[in-house]
Ligand binder design. Structure first.
Ligand code: FMN
Length: 255
């Protein structure tokens, strides 16, 4: 082995099968792709996922205290930019606009993607602070799978899990790289392509402006107040203020 720069540690630890985390709060359904997830306990059955405060899904899960994991087949790889590049905050109903249909879990009524190969309904039990992400721990209360999951094991005849290998960095075009189950063939999907580009640019700009507001504020309370006003003026939801200030503080702390 040769020494690897910690800058690329994240990608060294891939490939990972990402899950789509879905949730709903205040009548709004959203979700995001997450590669940083794990099984955390047999009894009770716990699953964990790391979510950054900037994600709209962070609000949906922390406020509703329930969520779902969805496993998607590789067949849907072209739709991944809707789930993992744009934010529900700036691109409403991204899951249905990606062509998926929402159904409800029988146990908690959480939104689940009808096209998923498997799904788990989870009750939020804890949010553990980490670095720039927090770890959401959920207790599984119900699980569903297509028939390809037979006698407690995947046959992998129909379900071909999506495998994520990481994204290329700027300068240069940004691609998310996924592996096809056929001979580890690479598929490079352009980051936030097509009509997703505008929503992605606005997301970056709004976050930069919020970081600037936080940098100039003399206290966290003042920052939250200013960000609240900024969100209202920008046509966004004011109850995002605390989480976005939290994200900005973490970003400033990193520098
Ligand atoms: C394959 C993949 C894996 C990702 N894994 C995570 C993750 O584990 N945690 C996280 O906070 N963001 C992760 N992201 C980024 C979010 O999915 C992305 O920021 C998304 O647009 C957030 O959407 P939201 O604001 O609607 O919640 C991942 C993105 C991709 C494409």
């Amino acid at each position: 082995m040769r020494k690897v720069d910690l800058e690329v540690l994240e990608r060294m630890l891939y490939p990972v099968v990402p899950v789509l985390v879905t949730a709903e709060y205040n009548g709004r359904v959203g979700g995001m792709l997450a590669a940083w997830w794990m099984q955390a306990s047999f009894e009770p059955p716990l699953l964990a996922v790391a979510i950054a405060p900037e994600r709209y899904t962070y609000k949906l899960v922390s406020k509703s205290r329930k969520f779902a994991f969805n496993l998607l087949d590789y067949h849907y790889v072209d739709r991944m930019p809707y789930l993992g590049d744009v934010s529900e905050r700036f691109y409403k109903n991204k899951i249905t606009r990606a062509g998926f249909h929402i159904i409800r879990g029988e146990a908690l009524g959480v939104p689940i993607v009808a096209e998923a190969s498997a799904a788990v309904e989870l009750k939020l039990v804890d949010i553990v602070k980490a670095g720039d992400h927090d770890i959401f721990i959920g207790e599984a209360v119900a699980a569903y799978a297509v028939e390809d999951f037979e006698n407690g094991m995947w046959r992998l005849q129909e379900y071909k899990p999506l495998l994520y290998l990481g994204r290329t960095r700027r300068p240069g075009p940004v691609y998310r790289v996924y592996l096809t189950p056929k001979g580890w063939e690479r598929r490079e999907i352009e980051f936030a392509r097509g009509d997703l580009k505008e929503a992605s640019k606005r997301r970056i700009k709004v976050m930069e402006e919020i970081v600037e507001i936080v940098r100039q504020a003399s206290s966290k309370e003042e920052a939250v107040e200013h960000v609240r006003r900024y969100l209202v003026e920008s046509g966004l939801e004011e109850d995002d203020a605390e989480l976005l200030v939290d994200e900005a503080i973490r970003r400033l702390g990193r520098k």
